[in-house]
Design a protein around this ligand. Structure first.
Ligand code: GRF
Length: 212
């Protein structure tokens, strides 16, 4: 059986960032876009939270924002269907989940397969889900880090694009560990997006090859 493969497009792309909170990863991506490091524009910043600080940062930077209230939709399917329409309407090439605290329906994941990335504050496949720094400290791991991966319906388990490793110290708190990891997130997420629009990410099965 031949494995399914996908090569990211080499083009000036359109990005949508989905966020629910402070949006520091969004800002890191946008900084790289502004510097011309990423060959793309951010065409939409979307949130499920009206008060997300990331949304106001986006407005201040003159980007188009969209908030949809999940309570106004009959089901998660309907909510994600509306999202999907908004994405298609804008001809988005890549959705970057950046602290988007809502699980995407498997329909949406399938519709935009190979076109959604996420950043997770641990070395996947260790510690998927929430409260990951707490779990890392409880397990006494010596190293943790961050992972950028493609999104599939299997939460936090899609093909891994980039990872960065940080040490875990004995006197770390959730906060100190989170901050050390976040610093790395801000480097590897823009880098993964840059590679995507340079046509350098090749997905084969569950592995991502970085082309030179
Ligand atoms: C980050 O730690 C990211 O790894 C996780 O959610 C957090 C978002 O932070 N998915 P920010 O909103 O980008 O500052």
């Amino acid at each position: 059986m031949t494995e399914k493969s996908f090569q990211s497009p080499q083009k000036k792309g359109k990005i949508a960032v989905f966020l629910s909170g402070r949006g520091s990863n969004f800002l890191a991506i946008h900084d790289s876009v502004r510097k011309g490091v990423i060959n793309a524009e951010i065409s939409l910043v979307f949130s499920n939270k009206k008060q997300a600080p990331g949304l106001s940062h986006a407005q201040k930077r003159g980007l188009e924002t969209l908030y949809l209230d999940p309570k106004e939709f009959k089901s998660k399917q309907d909510y994600d269907q509306k999202i999907s329409e908004e994405i298609k309407k804008r001809k988005i090439d890549l959705i970057c989940l950046a602290g988007y605290m809502k699980i995407l329906t498997s329909d949406l994941c399938r519709k935009f397969e190979n076109h959604i990335m996420n950043i997770h504050p641990a070395l996947l496949p260790s510690f998927p889900g929430l409260h990951v720094q707490k779990k890392a400290l409880e397990w006494g791991v010596r190293y943790s880090g961050a992972t950028v991966h493609f999104v599939t319906a299997d939460v936090d388990m899609g093909p891994i694009i980039l990872q960065a490793v940080v040490p875990v110290f004995q006197d770390d708190t959730e906060e100190s560990l989170s901050n050390r990891i976040l610093e790395q997130e801000h480097k590897i997420y823009p880098e993964a997006v840059r590679l995507y629009f340079e046509g350098k990410l090749l997905i084969k099965g569950r592995r991502v090859y970085i082309l030179s």
